[in-house]
Design a protein around this ligand. Structure first.
Ligand SMILES: Cc1cc2nc3c(=O)[nH]c(=O)nc-3n(C[C@H](O)[C@H](O)[C@H](O)COP(=O)(O)OP(=O)(O)OC[C@H]3O[C@@H](n4cnc5c(N)ncnc54)[C@H](O)[C@@H]3O)c2cc1C
Length: 321
């Protein structure tokens, strides 16, 4: 997915981003989030309204843009992060992307090696999922950079629905400083006990857990979306963090606990759809919801499979991103 081949560069002269032709943007900053991923900020030097065409996409659901690797003439899709509540000058009117450096990945490797001020060609937007307008509740299962679509959803709904995000990452550094809203964090006394029982290495890992460190940029953005959502009763955003290296995984029980708790009387009074959105690496989506399927040259949902197909999720629809 996300791979296209190109034969001509003749279309790269436009001055505003659009879905049909590639437009050159400048890499203005690259902020490391962890040892494997960074937030890239791209701006157009000549045209301050070069991303005007993205305005509508922010309201519609999940969408991506494509970046071209010029030597290989291949492109990959990336999911823009919503604008910050308090953007710096470089971030105003710019496109921000969370990009993970894949081992031997062609396009992600190329981007991580680029010097600042390099020109990069972008095109889009491409709508991946349009939110139905009667949605009232979302459970978002995100793996790794699958958090970017979750941020787009929280931005698009702008406090019109209740959203709970379960975010699974490989390492604590990916979600540094994040503390869960509904999962129980390890107790301080328990951590002290582990130190004696399990030695220094385990103690260091425990210290790195929930909320003990300065928040990284993605956790900060989730936090500010949460603060904003608190203003509208019944539409709160909550986030739980699951970290592979700490042995905490999203479980079928944690999903059921959430879907069943939402049957409480106060939330059933308003009519509307309840959605489970699954977003992340192929293995993550397959595990939870089964593989997507190619139909007529396009990637389609395919039947619901995986763990979610075996849970009793009455009233909830599932969508694979
Ligand atoms: C709609 C959409 C949105 C996306 N949004 C984001 C986003 O916001 N952030 C993000 O980081 N990613 C995102 N992605 C993923 C992104 O598009 C790329 O797939 C990703 O960056 C890897 O591309 P690459 O060219 O670097 O790696 P590739 O060169 O495609 O390689 C991918 C992996 O396959 C392995 N590989 C390659 N060739 C072989 C081979 N012959 N044999 C065995 N292994 C091989 C590589 O080692 C690497 O681990 C999105 C994808 C889609 C479809």
């Amino acid at each position: 997915a996300g791979i296209r081949a190109f034969t001509s560069d003749a279309d790269s002269q436009s001055s505003s981003i659009n879905p049909h032709t590639f437009t050159p943007f400048t890499l203005v900053s690259r902020e490391p989030v962890s040892s494997t991923s960074s937030i890239f900020t791209f701006a157009h030097r000549g045209n301050p309204d070069a991303i005007g065409a993205l305005r509508d996409a922010w309201k519609r659901g999940v969408w991506s843009i494509q970046i071209k690797q010029p030597q290989l003439q291949i492109a990959r899709a990336y999911t823009p992060l919503p604008p910050l509540a308090d953007p710096s000058d470089a971030e105003l009117g710019a496109i921000r992307l969370l990009i993970r450096k894949e081992n031997k990945g062609e396009v992600s490797g190329y981007l991580h090696r680029l010097p600042l001020e390099a020109l990069v060609e972008l095109r889009g937007p491409s709508l991946e999922y349009e939110l139905p307008n009667d949605v009232k509740e979302i459970l978002f299962l995100a793996g790794g950079t699958g958090i970017a679509p979750a941020l787009q959803i929280t931005h698009a709904l702008q406090d019109k629905a209740r959203i709970h995000v379960m975010w699974a990452t490989r390492r604590r550094e990916d979600c540094r400083g994040g503390s869960s809203d509904t999962r129980q964090a390890p107790k301080v006394g328990m951590l002290a006990g582990w130190k004696g029982l399990l030695g220094q290495e385990q103690a260091d890992l425990s210290n790195a857990q929930e909320g003990n460190h300065e928040q990284n940029a993605i956790v900060r953005q989730l936090q500010s979306a949460k603060e904003r959502s608190k203003r509208i009763p019944g539409c709160e955003l909550s986030v739980d963090y699951f970290v592979d290296e700490e042995g905490s995984l999203i479980t079928p029980q944690s999903v059921l606990q959430h879907t069943q708790s939402s049957k409480s009387p106060d939330s059933s009074t308003t009519q509307g759809r309840k959605l489970i959105l699954v977003s992340g690496p192929e293995g993550f989506v397959n595990y939870w919801a089964g593989p997507k399927r190619w139909e007529g040259g396009r990637e389609a949902q395919g039947p619901l499979g995986g763990v979610l197909s075996r849970l009793r999720l009455e009233g909830w629809e599932v969508w694979k991103l």
